[in-house]
Design a binder for this molecule. Structure first.
Ligand code: ADQ
Length: 465
């Protein structure tokens, strides 16, 4: 592959889909990174000879385009100040909390916005440079909402798609944003704006009508001489990859080993998340601990494994959350565990796919209780892996995934009492009931996998000509 060649298909995302790893003798190489976005798109990109524009993860470093994982990668430079203002600031301290129902208070600061705008322009230029005449460019997520319009100004010949991985808030919340019109115009630079849910797509159309005075009809918004389509494309997982991994004898053996290491409890409950306040980790641990307080469970009956990947550790809210969870786990274990057998095993780390699938296979109840989540891939990954039809999924009504996985044990995570009872129910459901629920959920995830998601989005983008 020639990295200086123009590409017919370009993905633009905040991060490149690889992380730099340095081995014992100091040699650096690139490895595919964890996280929702990457997990979803890399398999699709590998099948097309695409270019990926994104930040490589090290501030203040210039890097030439390079190849890794069969992709042509185009690094975008970010200074330490850009990272602080554009990424940690406007993206993760302003937009992230605002778009997730203001679970944390968003920060509105003009200096952050200015850098967000400047960095978006840099990404737009990089994409304009690498895209071939008439190429398809697919811009990803909330960090780059101005790129579609900026790119259209530079390259009107391109076909531009945008996909938002997180929720898009209703009018009453979005209205708070001092730069609400700029963001809407930014997105309208695309030919197709994709969301995880129908609600998000209609929020967007309604906002364009209300704040930009544009004419709308159904899914469509008219702007100048163009029509922009807004629609929903629920993202999914690579079900085949997960099924193959779950079938691997090593993985099965490891799953058994995990259960043994945990003392073969009657029920093993599992949570796997980025350590984020939207994920409802505290609420679920509280519900679990109360089952011990109420003496409905005793040590040996159930063990909770919570794996929390370190995330955004330089944003204040995330540091506070980490401390709070560690204190909560310490207190619960101090009160309810027996020597050598904690009721909660908390791991603040990232796992390999293989180890993750072993955990999914070991778990009797997968606990996914976000307070708000665009989709939540963990729920779908668990379902894809359980071809034995044995596990149960406890799922928040506020996860995008709940619309498709409605045969899960659904909960309102704000209702600790209700969550506790549903958790108990999931732990004690009969094998026949678990199998019925799991079979129906698996059908959905296997039929609607990540390939179909990408195909439906790209077909809609290409069809619009
Ligand atoms: P995230 O908020 O990151 O994604 P999620 O959809 O659950 O949330 O994706 C997390 C991914 O990271 C999963 O593939 C999971 O397996 C992996 N992961 C999590 N913890 C891990 C660990 N400890 N070790 C290794 N891997 C781990 C955002 C949105 C979601 C949306 C996705 C995709 O917030 O709502 O589903 O993008 O669009």
């Amino acid at each position: 592959m020639d990295v200086s060649k123009k590409s017919e298909f370009v993905v633009v995302a905040n991060r490149l889909p690889v992380d730099r790893v340095t081995d014992g003798d100091g040699t650096a190489s690139w490895r595919r990174s964890p996280g929702g976005l990457v997990t979803a798109i890399v398999p699709v990109m590998q099948r097309r000879e695409g270019a990926w524009v994104g930040w490589h993860g090290a501030p203040d470093e210039d890097l030439e385009p390079f190849e890794a994982e069969g992709l042509s990668l185009i690094p975008v430079r970010l200074s330490a100040r850009d990272v602080e203002h554009y990424y940690e600031g406007f993206s993760n301290a302003t937009l992230w909390p605002l778009y997730h129902d203001v679970i944390a208070q968003p920060v509105y600061r003009r200096s952050l916005w200015e850098v967000y705008e400047r960095v978006n322009r840099r990404f737009a230029r990089a994409a304009a440079d690498v895209a071939a005449e008439g190429a398809i460019v697919w811009v990803q997520d909330y960090q780059l909402q101005l790129v579609p319009q900026m790119l259209r100004e530079l390259r009107p010949d391109l076909r531009i798609g945008f996909f938002l991985h997180i929720p898009f808030p209703p009018m009453e919340l979005f209205q708070q944003l001092p730069w609400r019109r700029d963001i809407l115009y930014g997105l309208l630079g695309a030919d197709l704006v994709g969301f995880q849910s129908r609600d998000a797509a209609s929020n967007f159309v309604r906002l364009c009508r209300r704040f930009l005075d544009l004419k709308t009809q159904g899914h469509e918004v008219a702007i100048a001489d163009r029509v922009v389509r807004a629609d929903h494309f629920p993202i999914s997982v690579d079900a085949n990859e997960l099924i193959t991994l779950a079938d691997d004898p090593d993985v099965r053996e490891r799953a058994k080993q995990i259960r043994e290491d945990l003392g073969n409890p009657a029920s093993l409950l599992l949570g796997v998340d980025r350590l984020d306040y939207t994920k409802g980790i505290q609420q679920r641990l509280q519900a679990f601990t109360e089952l011990f307080e109420d003496e409905r469970l005793k040590s040996g009956d159930a063990v909770f494994v919570q794996v929390a990947t370190p995330s955004r550790e330089r944003v204040r809210e995330y540091r506070i959350l980490r401390d709070d969870i560690e204190q909560q786990v310490g207190r619960a274990n101090g009160l309810h565990s027996e020597l050598g057998a904690p009721i909660i095993n908390y791991m603040h780390t990232s796992y390999t796919r293989k180890e993750l699938v072993s955990l999914y296979l070991a778990a009797d109840v997968m606990v996914v209780t976000p307070l708000r989540d665009g989709m939540n891939l963990v729920a779908k990954e668990y379902v894809a892996c359980r071809s034995d039809l044995k596990g149960a999924l406890l799922l928040s009504e506020f996860a995008g995934a709940a619309r498709e996985l409605h045969r899960a044990f659904l909960v309102n995570p704000y209702d600790i009492g209700g969550t506790k009872n549903r958790m108990w129910e999931a732990m004690h459901a009969s094998p026949a009931e678990r199998a019925r629920r799991m079979r129906s959920m698996r059908k959905r995830v296997i039929e609607h996998d990540v390939d179909l998601w990408a195909k439906q989005f790209l077909d809609a983008l290409e069809d619009g000509h």
